[in-house]
Ligand binder design. Structure first.
Ligand code: BTN
Length: 235
């Protein structure tokens, strides 16, 4: 058990740390880390590709109470924790709602939250040392940004206290303030798909419940969740 209150289970190779935890439920505070995932899972059923031994890929089991049963709030808190860590390492990340962490306009980390039975499985993929990504993925890594090499074990050690603090915090206003000031969508024209319908509008901000507020045809629509949010180029 680490001093900060979590225990790590390192696996050399596994299909997905999320899938592992579904198959082998673990108590809150357990963190399953994979050196290599052969079938990493992303949001919306997308794959999450990560070069063997190059990046940080893990899932943390958290106990969640009350409003934190809300998957989207946990996701916002986790995204904020990752962004804050990356800032502390000297980078300038931003957050693309709901919880993609970007540097410039490239994705450096992704978060998948699944809630069941009062527990949240928070899966995080943070690109550290990978220098080549499939074309069209729009991905980056910390090493690609400035050449520095990072140890996955060390980065996890620094990230976990932040993740536990942010997701254990019940002050949703503090979380929303942190997310809002790093949000790269505010004032931008976006296109998003929700319940099979596509919407285009300008992002007004993030509401008190964590939903994305978008001005569409003269009114404001709130999206508690959406399929991928795409930036639309202004003419
Ligand atoms: C996203 O689509 O942005 C979410 C990506 C989440 C990837 C991480 S890697 C560790 C954990 N295990 C998985 O299979 N997925 C998550």
């Amino acid at each position: 058990m680490k001093a900060g209150g979590w225990r790590e289970l390192w696996l050399d190779e596994i299909d997905s740390t999320q899938a592992y935890l579904h198959r082998h439920p673990q108590p809150p505070g357990t963190v399953v880390v994979a050196r290599h995932q052969t079938a990493g899972r992303g949001r919306r059923g997308q794959p999450w590709e990560s070069g063997a031994g190059k990046n940080l890929t893990f899932s943390a089991v958290l106990s969640v109470m009350g409003e934190w049963r809300d998957r989207s709030l946990i996701g916002l808190a986790a995204g904020l924790a990752v962004a804050e860590l990356i800032e502390a390492l000297g980078y300038a990340p931003c957050l693309k709602w709901p919880n993609d962490v970007l540097i410039g306009c490239r994705k450096v980390a992704g978060i998948l939250v699944e809630v069941s039975g009062g527990r949240a499985l928070v899966g995080i993929g943070l690109n550290l040392n990978q220098r080549e990504f499939a074309a069209g993925l729009g991905a980056t890594s910390l090493a690609l940004e400035d050449g520095r090499h990072w140890s996955p074990a060390e980065v996890l050690e620094w990230l976990m206290p932040r993740l536990l603090a942010r997701t254990g915090e019940l002050d949703r206003d503090d979380i929303l303030t942190g997310v809002r000031c790093r949000c790269c969508l505010r004032g931008r024209r976006v296109s998003l798909c929700c319940s099979g319908q596509r919407w285009t509008g300008v992002v007004e901000g993030i509401g008190p419940d964590g939903a994305l507020r978008v001005e569409v045809d003269g009114g404001v629509r709130c999206f508690a969740q959406a399929d991928e949010v795409r930036l639309v180029q202004d003419d």
